[in-house]
Design a protein around this ligand. Structure first.
Ligand code: ADP
Ligand code: MG
Length: 883
């Protein structure tokens, strides 16, 4: 048996420590991958798979990427949720005895990426961890390595934790080996791509600063797991990690995962894009930091009236100060991402251009401060006063770094003249040397009389004197021949070589010294990172406030007033996003009034009339108010809502059929279990995902439950017109409807909300608008008339026999009598089937499919099933019947 070569053995040894990562193994100018890594990488990255003799019988599969373009390949793998371990040569291969020493210097993972394509300016990249404790609580922490922020909290339920994971969009999560398997599976549903492991939860001295504000063993251990993972993978001193922040979801309005999605707060349901979301609408921030904070604010509306009103106060002041605000925006435009610059400095990735960006930013701060101080508002002044422009840092960079440094930090041309004496000496030696050489050229021309004589330089031969072939007879015998070209010869002289070595030495030394000086400057800035981070926080806050002011000004928003008696009163409210995307057409504003005696509004109205839009505009108004923005209305009095729930009937096209009735019911269950009387619930056509009677019954039961047991402010839209009678029985429920008028036989939606129930279903008119054939429309009208006839009779007495046979008023019967309709049999039966309850069907008419379903139902061992399994099985059976 042949053995692997020592290098392949080294590879395998290192790879054993990183089984779940691609090992980028540095070999000269390439990162190579071997074995399975190579096969997988060649497929994922579309690079050629080759093989290499590794000493054993079979060749070793191999592929590689050049080290200077490795970054893009790494990013592509990370984007797909993989990890990449960077293994470098730790000694100069020329000096190495035996195999070059190699070590993994960093493990790059989706949650620890700090730059590159996947990292967007206005988005955080969070790495999260969750730790369940025996008492049922769950520790949760997350950090953004690029900005250095980290947060930690404790949840009472896994559900809350999952919601949070989806809110912060963590792509990677760090878990212990014994993390519950079923939870791990669910993480994928909440957008987690990558699972990583870390067992160590012990505190370490290097975490001291980060852990300082966090007390309690559970929180500390949760955070330590995350930190151990970060330090183990990044293998460096992470100066910029800020003291962790403890928070509680109780401090914020709770909006669960479903509701966030349905309300399209930060991305749209359809495209998952920011465009079309509330975040997109509101984003008038001028800096990347402000953009990230804005998203955090939208994710966490406040509950404290004092804090909300502090924001409103400042937004109002900035809104009124149009000129100052415009100046402020101009200034903010010149502000770079200090948070991420700090991260780069700490990581050791920052170059001279990054430091210049930092300087430029710091130089802008006094102007920002001055503008804010001109705005007559104490809170704004307070914020301005806390701005620390870190003048020493700006001066240091100003004094040291040239205005046009190169990208590389190892090639010189970074440090200004006058910053360092030794460097100046080297530079003058270089300059003097070069003048000497220029003079030499002149002197040699005179001495030899060769006018075309040139002194030149190349990397291989250094300085030389070049003489064309025609003039060779004129040269001095001091000249030593070095190189022959097609029509010239190149020479050196001893004194030229002497000067050359002086120049090159000075050059080499100066480049080295420049690098050292640069690192020194960067390290000094590194010490000030906490100050820079504090500044970054203030700037982001100012940016968000000016953003709210600008948006509110542009769109004629008003400052909301908070009521203490749970009253909600919106005059001329609008849905900001719908209004913005509606081209030319004008949005119809609507009022809304709710109080202790009007807790539930039952909204009826034709399809496409604006029910969903109306409900959402109220939820968005409440959320905008609680993040500190003004709201789209001419007047708004609002309670402070503790939670917002949005539920959409399964077949509503907003969800694009992705949803099923099961999901609809689960979502409704969640809302009902968690809502309080201080919550806002939107139920949009709940009960639509099942058959008519089922759905209607469920809808009514839900309304009654909310009315009697919860008392939350509830907007319930429905196409079940029958539900409007509830107004008579439920004192706190009121009917409203979206008005529509009939013009020339077709329906015109006014998008106007009016009191009372709508009196007609306009479905057929909508069908007419959609240009279905006239014949079909007439037929539908006929069926409708006969159905309405039936309903009137149902109100009175209907005999069972009539029902069973599908009396003359049933649509099926109407079909059967129609000469153009299908013959008795399949078609008519099919219709009947869905129209009547099953028990009313004569036994012998069971189809084969139904018999099978019954058989399955009989064979279920219900006592052995979890409620969830039972629900699922029931759902499956029902689905098969409906097919
Ligand atoms: P519904 O839920 O009643 O079926 P939607 O709320 O989905 O109706 O609204 C349908 C369309 O009507 C919207 O996409 C929008 O273009 C328009 N619309 C809704 N409300 C208004 C309004 N207040 N003013 C103008 N157009 C509106
Ligand atoms: Mg709707």
């Amino acid at each position: 048996m042949k053995q692997y070569t020592p290098m392949i053995q080294q590879y395998l040894q290192i790879k054993a420590d990183y089984p779940d990562a691609f090992l980028f193994f540095r070999l000269g100018d390439f990162y190579e991958m071997f074995f399975d890594d190579a096969i997988k990488a060649s497929r994922e990255l579309e690079i050629t798979l080759t093989s290499r003799d590794g000493g054993a019988e079979e060749k070793v599969p191999m592929c590689g990427v050049p080290y200077h373009s490795a970054q893009t390949y790494i990013e592509r793998l990370i984007e797909k949720g993989y990890k990449v371990a960077i293994c470098e040569q730790m000694e100069d291969p020329k000096q190495a005895k035996g195999v070059v020493k190699r070590e993994v210097i960093q493990l790059i993972t989706p949650g620890t990426m700090i730059e590159g394509k996947g990292i967007r300016d206005k988005e955080n990249n969070f790495l999260a961890t969750m730790t369940p404790f025996p008492d049922g609580t769950i520790g949760f922490a997350y950090a953004d390595l690029s900005t250095g922020e980290s947060k930690v909290t404790l949840f009472d339920s896994a559900e809350d934790c999952f919601n949070e994971i989806s809110t912060i969009r963590a792509k990677e999560i760090v878990l212990s080996e014994d993390f519950p398997e079923d939870w791990e599976k669910r993480l994928k549903d909440f957008g987690v791509q990558t699972i990583s492991r870390e067992e160590d939860t012990s505190p370490s001295p290097s975490f001291e600063k980060i852990l300082r504000p966090v007390s309690g063993e559970k929180l500390q251990r949760t955070l330590c797991r995350l930190l151990h993972y970060i330090f183990r993978t990044q293998k460096r001193n992470l100066e910029h990690l800020q003291p962790a922040e403890f928070y509680q979801i109780r401090q914020y309005m709770k909006i669960d995962h479903f509701s966030k999605r349905n309300l399209e707060l930060t991305e749209t349901v359809r495209t998952k894009d920011k465009k079309g979301s509330l975040l997109w609408f509101l984003d008038e921030t001028m800096t990347a930091m402000g953009g990230r904070l804005l998203k955090q604010w939208i994710d966490r509306p406040l509950l404290s009236k004092k804090e909300i009103e502090r924001r409103h106060q400042m937004v109002g002041a900035l809104k009124d100060a149009y000129l100052e605000r415009e100046e402020l925006r101009e200034s903010l435009k010149k502000v770079y991402d200090i948070e991420r610059l700090s991260g780069k400095i700490s990581f050791g990735n920052a170059n001279a251009r990054d430091l210049l960006q930092l300087k430029q930013t710091l130089r802008e701060i006094p102007a920002i401060k001055e503008i804010l101080l001109r705005i007559p508002d104490e809170a704004v002044h307070g914020l301005a006063e806390t701005l620390d422009s870190c003048p020493e840092i700006a001066e240091l960079i100003e004094k040291a770094i040239r205005d046009d440094p190169p990208l590389s930090v190892k090639e010189g041309n970074i440090i200004r003249d006058g910053y360092n004496e030794t460097l100046d000496k080297y530079r003058s030696a270089m300059r003097d040397g070069k003048t000497w050489i220029a003079r030499l050229e002149k002197e040699e021309r005179e001495k030899t009389g060769i006018k075309s004589l040139k002194v030149g330089y190349n990397r291989v031969f250094g300085y030389y004197i070049e003489v064309t072939k025609a003039n060779l007879h004129l040269i001095d015998d001091r000249y030593i021949r070095k190189q022959t070209l097609a029509n010239a010869e190149r020479f050196i002289t001893p004194e030229l070589k002497e000067m050359e070595s002086l120049i090159l030495e000075a050059e080499e030394k100066s480049v080295e010294l420049e690098y050292e000086l640069f690192i020194g400057i960067r390290d000094r800035v590194k010490k000030e990172i906490p100050r820079l981070q504090k500044l970054a926080k203030r700037i982001s806050e100012i940016d968000c406030l000016q953003c709210f002011a600008s948006v509110s000004d542009k769109n004629r928003f008003v400052r909301p007033i908070f009521s203490d008696d749970r009253r909600l009163e919106i005059k001329e409210g609008r849905h900001p996003v719908v209004e913005k995307v509606m081209e030319r057409a004008t949005y119809v504003p609507n009022d809304c009034y709710m109080d202790e005696n009007r807790e539930i509004l039952l909204i009826t109205g034709p399809n496409m009339s604006g029910k969903s839009t109306y409900m959402r505009q109220i939820a968005l108004t409440a959320i905008m108010a609680q993040i500190g923005c003004f709201v789209p209305a001419s007047r708004a009095v609002l309670p402070i809502f503790d939670q917002v729930f949005t539920r959409i009937g399964a077949s509503d096209d907003l969800v694009h059929g992705q949803s099923t009735f099961m999901v609809e019911m689960l979502e409704a269950q969640y809302a009902i279990a968690h809502a309080t009387k201080d919550s806002l619930i939107l139920f949009d056509e709940i009960g639509r995902g099942t058959s008519t009677y089922d759905g209607m019954a469920l809808a009514q039961a839900i309304i009654e439950y909310v009315h009697h047991k919860i008392g939350a402010k509830t907007l319930f839209s429905t196409h079940y017109h029958e539900l409007t009678v509830l107004e008579e029985r439920l004192p706190k429920l009121k009917n409203v409807h979206v008005a529509a008028v009939e013009q020339n036989g077709s329906v015109v939606f006014l998008h106007k909300i009016r009191e009372g129930a709508s009196d007609e279903s306009y479905g057929i008119h909508v069908a007419k608008l959609a240009k279905l054939p006239d014949e079909l429309i007439e037929r539908a009208e006929e069926i409708l008339r006969s159905l309405e006839g039936k309903e009137e009779r149902t109100e009175g007495e209907e005999t069972g026999a009539e029902k069973r046979k599908g009396g003359p008023a049933s649509p099926a019967a109407a079909y059967a009598h129609d000469p153009g309709g299908p013959e008795d049999g399949e078609g008519a039966d099919g219709f009947q089937l869905s129209f009547f309850g099953e028990e009313e069907m004569p036994k012998n008419s069971l189809t084969l499919k139904e018999k099978k379903v019954l058989q399955q139902l009989r064979s279920l061992n219900v006592l052995e099933m979890t409620p969830m399994d039972a629900m699922n099985a029931l759902y499956e059976l029902q689905k098969r019947l409906k097919k």
